[in-house]
Ligand binder design. Structure first.
Ligand SMILES: [Zn+2]
Length: 397
């Protein structure tokens, strides 16, 4: 057969955040729907929170984590430090803006138990986002206290999650936006109130059902329309080790998250390393073949979890008057080009930084040293470009 259906399959993606479910709780709780999806693709533990004690350290707080997913960057860049979302740096675009720019006719959807995700993080209708618009949104029920009176048991959130999941399933099945975000909250409420408890496990089981509903729509689209779908489910943070109630700090259990996906081209980074929240944006971008502008690409802190990649886990430090860059090679051979910028025009104004090349060496060397005296003072942004991917790392002095 010359033309297979597959070759022309339209690609669509949906990511789901189930709020505040520690990986150990998820693994102990029966979740038949998540298991079904993981069987097609995979399951991994992952992390959020940036580098502990490093320039990218990021609070393990909900909105902060959502924005790390949305922008593929840590809080030192996207500038959301709490749930009040005071002053996001919209120079770091959301995945939705990247897709809109790359394919203007793409349809974008959000189905969410928290309205701020759309109005503040995505920044719909704001001058700073160029009056960006989603195509389909279904949210804001938590501020409609007439229809959903707030009760201390948070049953209203459970109801809203359910409503949101039904509408998401319906719209994905019938309208099928090219990229959608589904956000469900109830698990976090049970975590805060009861900690590690049967109540949290019950909420996880409910969330699993809600995901199952959405996955069914995707399976329907795949079978009926021959579309190819990526679904990726994650959580935004873990919880404190003692009782599983709070979060926000940098302990292992608070930083630990997880990912479930149906992706078939998972790479060694997904399989053999601990991926990060910020890896989701480059993964979706690769799947949907989003053309990321070069300057924005250099700022993204994550690496794709699907397809071929050259290197992961880059780092900088100063040792013996030298800048030492390190990385972990994934490809067996090939070169890396190393360049740096001494300005941060991108972070300050969204403008271009000019990078100067300082070396081209073997990828397998896994490190590069250069006399620090020969580089400009102040903050330096390094870019390590391999054949299949590049990684940006900063040196803060
Ligand atoms: Zn949360």
């Amino acid at each position: 057969m010359f033309f297979s259906n597959q070759a022309f399959a339209q690609k669509k993606a949906v990511f789901i955040i189930l709020d505040g479910i520690p990986a150990d709780v998820l693994e102990k709780t029966p979740t038949p729907n998540l298991d079904k999806i993981a069987k097609v693709g995979g399951y991994t533990r992952a992390y959020t929170g940036g580098e502990v004690g490093g320039y990218s350290e990021t609070p393990t707080i909900s909105a902060v984590g959502y924005n790390s997913l949305l922008t593929g960057t840590w809080a030192n860049k996207h500038n959301v430090w709490g749930n009040d979302i005071k002053a996001p740096n919209y120079s770091y675009w959301s995945i939705f803006r990247f897709l809109r720019k790359s394919s203007p006719s793409a349809k974008l959807g959000i189905y969410s138990t928290w309205e701020d995700n759309r109005t503040k993080l995505i920044g719909e209708g704001l001058a700073e986002t160029g009056f960006f618009k989603m195509d389909f949104s279904f949210d804001g029920f938590e501020v409609d206290t007439l229809t959903y009176p707030h009760d201390s048991d948070k049953k209203y959130i459970q109801k809203i999650d359910n409503l949101v999941s039904y509408e998401a399933a319906y719209q994905l099945k019938t309208i099928a936006p090219d990229l959608s975000w589904v956000y469900l909250e109830y698990t976090d409420d049970m975590g805060h109130r009861f900690g590690d408890s049967p109540e949290l496990a019950e909420a996880v089981a409910l969330a699993d059902e809600q995901v199952g509903r959405i996955y069914e729509s995707i399976r329907y689209r795949e079978e009926k329309f021959g579309e190819e779908w990526l679904i990726l489910i994650t959580t935004d943070h873990g919880r404190k080790a003692e009782d599983g109630k709070d979060h926000g700090g940098q302990s292992d259990r608070e930083r630990e998250i997880w990912m479930v996906t149906n992706a078939k081209e998972l790479n060694p980074y997904f399989e053999n390393f601990i991926p990060a929240m910020v890896d989701i944006l480059p993964t979706i971008a690769r799947f949907l073949e989003i053309d990321l502008p070069e300057n924005a690409l250099k700022e993204i802190d994550g690496v794709s979890l699907i397809g071929d990649i050259s290197l992961v886990n880059a780092n900088t430090e100063i040792e013996n008057e030298q800048i030492k860059l390190t990385w972990v090679p994934i490809q067996k051979s090939g070169k890396v080009t190393i360049s740096y910028a001494s300005t941060d025009n991108f972070g300050e104004t969204g403008n271009v930084d000019n990078y100067s090349k300082i070396a081209e060496i073997d990828l397998s060397a896994a490190e590069f040293r250069f006399p620090i005296a020969e580089l400009p003072p102040g903050k330096l942004k390094f870019w390590i470009q391999g054949e299949r991917n590049g990684i940006g790392v900063w040196l803060i002095r």
